[in-house]
Design a protein around this ligand. Structure first.
Ligand SMILES: O=C(O)CCC(=O)C(=O)O
Ligand SMILES: [Fe+2]
Length: 339
């Protein structure tokens, strides 16, 4: 269990982005107001809070698993290294990417567990994990994945309808049984990272929707079309998930859904002395989905694409190719032995 109560509060004097709050239970029951709130958030900032959701019960066991993994020796963790070839599943040591324009590197280490592996266990779909992950795959990881899938299915329905797509279009592109690069990620950042301005560099998420739980501040979003100085903190709220649209859903929707640039800086105020942990479920399309704006299926997407710069929503790659390409960006190409 995380010592939630012991953490210092988020400072009150910082530039904070107030995100809209979507009530998952109401949304699931078909509440039109909640669908409107979700739509407004997803088409403006691309970020929102989700409350009354079904993932909460599975969060602490996942953090606990993450802590156990990160406590392994560096050599043990590197046996499960994700590699530099554009793959993501497995362990990623701190410093694998450039985080800032000054050439400094990130200070975050991750364990990424493929959704396909979690659901297929004890079969291996993509990657082998440390024994302590395997031993908790069924009791801890699988229920966490399933709760996120249940959540994403509800959100997808709303986006599908609001985008005027034929029923089931988006869910078909994220079909459960098909191979995909969706994954669960636990992230650890050290306390008071020395001389660190940016702990995890500015990026958009590569997939469709990200579901994030963090307890300390540090996450910042860039005002859409903003300048380098326009970063605002997203304040963690107990029991809420922070959700955001990623690139693939933005492309499929012809840019109607916004994939917003974000980054992580050291936790603000007295929080900076604490280890920072976060947990994310990344929903991504099936590997073989050809990424392109779904203009032929929706009048509103067709209209949106008319006004967009040529090619942006037609990158000419599949979801897995997109992911591999993005994953290779900003890599320090660090070797296998030392970070
Ligand atoms: O740790 C966080 O608050 C955000 C992490 C993140 O943006 C990511 O892993 O893509
Ligand atoms: Fe992210």
């Amino acid at each position: 269990m995380m010592a939630v109560m012991a953490l210092p509060p988020f400072p009150t004097d910082l530039p904070v982005q107030d995100l809209l709050v979507v009530d998952f239970q109401l949304l699931k029951s078909g509440d039109k107001d909640q669908a409107d709130i979700l739509w407004r958030a997803a088409t403006t900032w691309g970020f929102w809070y989700l409350k009354n959701h079904v993932v909460n019960d599975f969060v602490d066991p996942m953090f606990d698993l993450g802590r156990k993994v990160m406590a392994l020796s560096f050599e043990e963790k590197m046996e499960y290294w994700q590699g530099n070839e554009g793959g993501s599943f497995g362990y990623r040591h701190a410093g694998a990417t450039y985080a800032d324009v000054d050439g400094s590197t990130d200070v975050a280490e991750f364990i990424n567990i493929s959704k396909d592996d979690a659901l297929a266990y004890p079969k291996v779909a993509h990657k082998v994990y440390p024994p302590l992950v395997n031993s908790r795959m069924e009791e801890v990881v699988k229920p966490f994945v399933e709760a996120n899938l249940q959540t994403s299915a509800v959100l997808m329905e709303v986006f599908n309808e609001k985008l005027q797509l034929p029923p089931g279009t988006l869910s078909e592109l994220h079909r459960l049984g098909n191979e995909c690069i969706s994954e669960s990620r636990c992230i650890k950042m050290p306390p008071a990272p020395k001389d660190t301005n940016v702990a995890l560099g500015a990026h958009t998420d590569f997939g469709s929707i990200s579901f994030l739980v963090n307890r300390l501040g540090g996450l910042q979003v860039l005002v859409p079309n903003g300048n380098a100085g326009d970063w605002k903190y997203v304040k963690p709220v107990d029991g809420y998930m922070i959700c955001n649209i990623g690139d693939t859903l933005s492309i499929l929707s012809g840019g109607i859904l916004k994939s917003c640039v974000h980054r992580v800086v050291p936790p603000p105020g007295l929080q900076f002395m604490h280890e920072r942990w976060s947990l994310v479920y990344f929903l991504r399309p099936n590997n073989n989905v050809y990424l392109k704006a779904l203009s032929d299926k929706s009048p509103s997407i067709e209209e949106a694409v008319k006004n967009a710069p040529t090619g942006v929503y037609f990158p000419g790659v599949t979801a897995v190719e997109w992911f591999t390409k993005r994953q290779k960006q900003h890599r320090t190409d660090s070797g296998k032995v030392s970070p």
